[in-house]
Design a protein around this ligand. Structure first.
Ligand code: SF4
Ligand code: SF4
Length: 125
């Protein structure tokens, strides 16, 4: 399978992190409807902390256990809702395995300083 096609489109790696834990706030460039980056070609320019996954860094990136890259790296099978198994890129959303409907965009938060106050941060479940 093509390296880029391994991604299941869950959007979980595009959530802002607090102490290495994903929060319920998504990077401002994440399209909350498709759970895809809205400007993938320029992601590193737009957001310097955006990490490009490679075979070399896959083991050290803080990816969720459900991540298809992590599954492949650990020798685990792809989930039933992965598009390569189900035949549809919508299945990840229908199965509730993506961030769709569960997070807000960073762009919608008026005061990011308040957000980074630990009491305001919620972990993504
Ligand atoms: S967590 Fe993994 S599978 Fe999900 S969007 Fe990120 S790279 Fe793709
Ligand atoms: S810039 Fe990076 S972290 Fe933000 S939505 Fe795009 S791929 Fe995800």
């Amino acid at each position: 399978m093509d390296w880029e096609a391994i991604c299941d489109g869950c959007g979980k790696c595009c959530l802002l992190k607090y102490k290495d834990a994903a929060t319920t706030v998504a990077c401002r460039w994440l399209d909350l409807d498709t759970c895809q980056c809205s400007d993938y070609a320029n992601r590193k320019t737009n957001y310097s902390a955006c990490e490009q996954l490679t075979r070399a860094n896959i083991a050290t990136e803080p990816l969720p256990a459900s991540c298809a890259y992590r599954r492949v790296a650990e020798g685990r099978p792809l989930a039933w809702w992965h598009h390569a198994i189900s035949g549809s890129r919508d299945t990840v959303h229908k199965a509730g395995a993506s961030v769709k409907g569960k997070v807000v965009s960073e762009a919608s938060i008026k005061d990011m300083q308040k957000f980074w106050n630990a009491g305001f941060v919620q972990a993504f479940k």
